[in-house]
Design a protein around this ligand. Structure first.
Ligand code: ADP
Ligand code: MG
Length: 257
């Protein structure tokens, strides 16, 4: 398969009024082509900083960062990104938003847009404006827009973080199906442990100050995955342990009546 994204001692320090902030320290990680990796960690551990570096939005890092063997020096259409907020163009329709950065002859372009609209289940909403969409629908448009130019890497920064639990679960399932269908390398930033375990083949646990990789957990489960599967629950428990959030072994201090 080969390596899609390679990071070797990637570090990023920001200068701020309170002194330098070491957002990332010595991140080394290889992401296999076509794989699904999740970066998990509490707020401030450098997840967005790392994603911005991979996308090419921030080139102030040190160390080696390559995508398909090429150093990242700026944004390009091989890397698609979606954020927590959909960031759609309010004056454009759903299909215009999806096709915004798509440089293709008209026929192919229309075909690709139609395919994406079907994939994200927005048939019937082609001409709707963002203000007419629910949060979940708008996020589907944002993901379709990121996928439109068939990027080699899809980067997602807490894409479902602002959605209610039911919508989030449905969009996670949709993302799983999309990833299986498109064969794209996916890197998902999330602080939702269940989301990471349900979707990713590898979960990278990060810790803050400075942002480092604490642990990489391989999730050895086939797809399609089901969050209610006991094996998913078992991996979820392992991750909760990594974050010291598993209280099953704790001795109760007081019997509950
Ligand atoms: N442009 C910036 N200037 C100064 N500090 C920054 C900047 N971007 C991020 N940081 C700091 O770097 C650390 C990591 O931030 P971030 O990557 O956004 O974390 P996460 O996405 O995991 O919540 C935080 O301490 C944050 O305050
Ligand atoms: Mg972030």
């Amino acid at each position: 398969m080969g390596v899609a994204v390679s990071m070797e001692n990637v570090s990023r320090t920001f200068s701020s009024s309170g002194g330098p902030v070491r957002a990332l320290a010595d991140i080394s990680l290889d992401v296999e082509s076509g794989s699904f990796v999740a970066l998990v960690g509490q707020s401030g551990c450098g997840k967005s900083t790392l994603l911005r570096a991979i996308t090419g939005l921030d080139t102030g890092y040190t160390g080696r960062l390559t995508v398909d063997g090429e150093p990242v020096t700026g944004v390009d259409s091989h890397r698609g990104i979606a954020f927590q907020e959909p960031r759609l163009f309010p004056w454009l329709s759903v299909e215009q938003n999806i096709g915004f950065g798509l440089r293709l002859p008209t026929k192919e372009r229309n075909q690709r847009i139609a395919e994406l609209i079907e994939m994200v289940e927005l048939t019937g909403f082609e001409r709707a404006r963002p203000s007419q969409l629910s949060g979940g629908m708008a996020q589907r448009v944002a993901i379709a827009r990121a996928l439109a130019p068939r990027p080699r890497v899809l980067l997602l920064d807490e894409p479902f973080g602002a959605l209610d639990a039911f919508t989030r679960a449905r969009l996670q399932d949709a993302l799983q199906d999309i990833w299986l269908r498109e064969g794209v390398t996916a890197i998902l930033v999330t602080h939702d442990i269940e989301e990471a375990v349900t979707l990713a083949q590898r979960v990278v646990v990060m810790t803050p100050r400075p942002g480092r990789i604490q642990q990489v957990l391989d999730i050895d489960l086939s797809y399609p995955r089901n969050r209610a599967d006991p094996q998913v629950t078992e991996y979820r428990r392992m991750l909760l342990k990594a974050f010291h959030l598993d209280r099953s072994a704790a001795v109760p201090t007081q019997e509950i009546q």
